[in-house]
Design a protein. Structure first.
Length: 317
């Protein structure tokens, strides 16, 4: 019934109606059941890591009696733990509390709750308010997607790339994993637009974008439109040899589209130039330095005649 993520907090803990929250770390979750609406038993999860957790006891027995409402201070502490987890911080939390004074409701909302419901409550009203918040979640996600997607190519946009690149660089440094980055530029694209017209240029951009995205091999790999006719590939946990295979295949597939380019001095069909670099585990370069190195190698690819890949392997630590 409720496929989106939303929490309903009872006794100071956020819970999910009908379906568990999308968390892939069950060791941090304590499962229990609670009567919340008209005596019906519905599955809920405590999603605040570590609360009430005992070593070796993942599923404590359900309480025999309802616990008294948690003080606002304890709810605030639980919310802080919730917001500290990147996987849970965006979950809308509804507080269901036995504290029914206006100031209690105001305090609950100040703590970050999306809604506040005082006991005793009407089941129909609760379900309607949950449905409203689920609708708001869907709308927010749609807006977030629009903010992260390039309108023409439907790839991730530069803003989204910048966010994920920062995260992946930090993860590579933390775990000692390689990280590969490639900048891809369509050869003589200005001349292509001048010769064939901008509508044809837009179609070419979309074709290159689809081909580039289709060439990625792992869920974490990212293709983004960086600007104009320039694209960027982010390949986490991918060494230089693996990255070259991916990029070489992408370049060959783009050329195999055989999009005519009569205005190019490089080839009779549309081609691309690529500059790429790989960061070794705990490599010495910052995220900005790594990107600058990729840009320098793209410049070299253009200087050396275009329609080629120029790659730099990982530097020594």
């Amino acid at each position: 019934m409720f496929g989106e993520q939303i929490g309903v907090r009872m006794g100071g803990f956020a819970v999910a109606l009908e379906e568990p929250l999308a968390v892939d770390r069950p060791a941090t979750l304590l499962h229990q059941r609670a009567e919340i609406i008209d005596g019906h038993m519905m599955d809920v999860e405590r999603i605040v890591p570590g609360v009430g957790q005992q070593p070796g006891h993942r599923h404590p027995p359900a309480p025999q009696q309802r616990q008294p409402p948690a003080p606002v201070r304890e709810i605030g502490e639980a919310d802080e733990r919730l917001r500290a987890d990147p996987q849970l911080e965006q979950i809308a939390v509804i507080l269901i509390s036995g504290l029914g004074r206006p100031e209690d409701e105001a305090n609950g909302l100040k703590l970050g709750a999306a809604d506040y419901i005082a006991k005793p409550f009407n089941a129909t009203v609760v379900m309607a308010r949950v449905a409203l918040h689920l609708q708001l979640v869907r709308q927010r996600r749609m807006l977030e997607r629009l903010a992260h997607v390039d309108g023409l190519t439907e790839l991730a946009n530069r803003r989204r790339f910048d966010e994920l690149y920062a995260q992946e660089w930090q993860r590579a440094q933390r775990n000692g994993w390689p990280l590969s980055l490639a900048l891809l530029d369509i050869d003589a694209f200005k001349q292509y637009n001048d010769y064939y017209g901008h509508p044809a240029g837009d179609r070419a951009l979309r074709a290159v974008a689809r081909t580039t995205a289709a060439g990625l091999r792992r869920p974490a790999d990212l293709a983004a439109r960086y600007g104009g006719e320039e694209f960027v590939l982010l390949l986490p946990d991918t060494d230089a040899v693996q990255a070259r295979h991916v990029v070489d295949d992408v370049c060959a597939t783009i050329a195999a589209l055989e999009l005519p380019h009569a205005a190019s001095q490089v080839s009779s069909v549309l081609t691309v130039s690529v500059g790429g670099v790989t960061l070794g585990g705990h490599g010495p370069e910052s995220a900005a330095e790594l990107f600058e190195a990729a840009d320098e190698h793209l410049y070299r690819a253009k200087q050396e005649g275009r329609n080629r890949v120029v790659w730099r392997a990982a530097l020594a630590d």
